[in-house]
Design a protein around this ligand. Sequence first.
Ligand SMILES: Nc1ncnc2c1ncn2[C@@H]1O[C@H](COP(=O)(O)OP(=O)(O)OP(=O)(O)O)[C@@H](O)[C@H]1O
Ligand SMILES: [Mg+2]
Length: 248
Amino acid sequence: MSQRPLIVLHNVTRSYQVGLHAVHALRGITMGIAAGDFVAIMGASGSGKSTLMNILGCLDLPDRGRYLLDDTDVRHLDEDELATVRNRKIGFVFQSFNLVPRTSALQNVELPLVYAGVRARERRARALAALDRVGLADRVHHVPNELSGGQQQRVAIARALVTEPAMVLADEPTGNLDTTSAQEILDVFTSLNAEGRTIVMITHEDEVAARARRIVRLRDGAILDDVRVAPPVLRIAGTGAPVTEAVA
Ligand SMILES: Nc1ncnc2c1ncn2[C@@H]1O[C@H](COP(=O)(O)OP(=O)(O)OP(=O)(O)O)[C@@H](O)[C@H]1O
Ligand SMILES: [Mg+2]
């Protein structure tokens, strides 16, 4: 693989102290994720998926081991710097959408740009473009409870994309959706990845994981297997254009 890894985890551990007992949620995870990859993280309940996701998203830090995101060792960052990394480099998509109620789709998508200090006119233009990208150009003034579940999740994806993050992290993004809406959301992820976006997605379901290029299975906080289905999408540095796929 010739691509530079966007993510490097080296021997990452994370334990929780519960009373007198330690729960070893991650027991030494070592893996890299290339820019342009689409990775599904699978595993039984309690296997450590959300713990890993929280670390990848800089919401939590490893107890031991190293996590390099885009060549930055996150352990050297303070809370403010971690918040900046989260805002600039990572787009989050959750099972329960997590939209701000009684607030239009457009304003929901603008919100990360408000935090990033982008001016109103540019914010609006970028939010409209992101909503258009997910097929919601005709729903921008709707509030969440005027949208279907699948549409709400598309708003959440637009919100995750609007900052042009290096990586989209999705935790069970289709978990609350009917089959048709779930397929539409997966189609959005597939086409975003085809444009070169890096996607890491937690899922319980084999059919959902089948849309990824690589499937990593956790068991008891360790990697059970790591199967490559297709190579990551390559991008030409400095342009947004994907190039023909690399040979794995
Ligand atoms: N805050 C916490 N305090 C104590 N133990 C925790 C905490 N969070 C997670 N754990 C434990 O760590 C282990 C891994 O939990 P994690 O939430 O990462 O699993 P998961 O794979 O996401 O499960 P699920 O599929 O049910 O969401 C579990 O044994 C869990 O009980
Ligand atoms: Mg979980």
